[in-house]
Design a protein around this ligand. Structure first.
Ligand SMILES: NC(=O)c1ccc[n+]([C@@H]2O[C@H](COP(=O)([O-])OP(=O)(O)OC[C@H]3O[C@@H](n4cnc5c(N)ncnc54)[C@H](OP(=O)(O)O)[C@@H]3O)[C@@H](O)[C@H]2O)c1
Length: 270
């Protein structure tokens, strides 16, 4: 698996696993537990090591399922990302949120911890807690999500360690973060772009160019959409799937090499 390298040499695989809607959406749905656990375990067996989750997902239950699924795996090989949600961005609540995620995931350290999105809480207050948690060894790396360039710059100034990612919506058809300058800013500043909803939540629009390029590579359009993302500098992605066939296809998509001409045609067709 190709990787992107963080400031200290740590590699992050370009293909990770998203977990939104695993084990429930805004609240737990235990009828979905077995399906979610099987999917996460199937992904680990395929070789996925980066798992993206959040305290918001199923109100903490998705983190519990991730914790359960990884229990028999070598923790040192995994890279776990989770996120604090508003309204937990005050100093005290951020610290409590970190402890809650550690507990539910069943780990001593979170690899990457993100502010899920902003509310009115001053960023200085949230970063006071985040910096403290990094110093205490509860978090390895800090990042943000759904931040604009100004918010990223403020975060970089407040964080005692480099902001390693901004997790944003990015796909063949969702280019808002290119247009608003966030993705170019990340790429110019060695910040990983984590592309979420990379296959449009399963509603990928398969236009002619995408279908043609998929056929030429004997791949599915979904695979080409993912390959197009992760072939760009500093871009990684985290598609979610409950389906073992899709999990394998998404993993293999990172090994597809698109020509410069194909990259441009896809770029122009979005
Ligand atoms: N930071 C944020 O604010 C934010 C927001 C949204 C998402 N995220 C993160 O990003 C992750 C990914 O985004 P997402 O879940 O919104 O959307 P997504 O990954 O674009 O789409 C997931 C959907 O696509 C289908 N799918 C996946 N791979 C496929 C394939 N190879 N062929 C056909 N269908 C496929 C899945 O169905 P099957 O199960 O049938 O495969 C699922 O319904 C989330 O799970 C979450 O971890 C973060």
């Amino acid at each position: 698996m190709r990787t992107v390298t963080l400031f200290d040499g740590t590699p992050i695989p370009v293909m990770g696993l998203g977990t939104w809607a695993m084990g429930g959406r805004s609240r737990p749905d235990p009828s979905q537990d077995d399906r979610a656990l099987s999917a996460i375990r199937a992904a680990l067996e395929i070789g996925y090591t980066h798992i993206d989750t959040a305290e918001m997902y199923a109100n903490g239950h998705t983190e519990e399922l991730v914790g359960q699924a990884i229990r028999s795996f070598d923790r040192s090989k995994l890279f776990l990302t989770t996120k604090v949600r508003p309204p937990n961005l005050s100093y005290k609540r951020t610290l409590a949120s970190i402890d809650g995620s550690l507990e539910r995931l069943g780990v001593d350290t979170i690899d990457l911890f993100l502010i899920h999105w902003r509310d009115g809480t001053p960023l200085a207050e949230t970063f006071r807690a985040l910096n403290e948690a990094v110093r205490a060894g509860k978090i390895r790396y800090l990042g943000v999500s759904n931040f604009d360039v100004a918010e990223m710059k403020t975060s970089q100034a407040l964080s005692e360690t480099p902001i390693v990612t901004n997790q944003v919506p990015y796909s063949l058809t969702t280019r808002s973060e290119v247009k608003n300058g966030v993705i170019p800013y990340c790429q110019a500043n060695n910040i990983v772009v984590t592309a979420y909803s990379p296959v449009e939540e399963g509603q990928l629009r398969v236009q002619t160019v995408l279908a043609e390029i998929a056929a030429a590579h004997n791949a599915t359009p979904y695979q080409i959409a993912l390959a197009w993302l992760v072939q760009q500098p500093w871009v990684i992605t985290i598609p979610m799937s409950h389906n073992p066939v899709h999990l394998r296809q998404n993993w293999d998509a990172a090994s597809i090499t698109l020509s410069q001409d194909e990259m441009t045609r896809l770029e122009d067709s979005g």
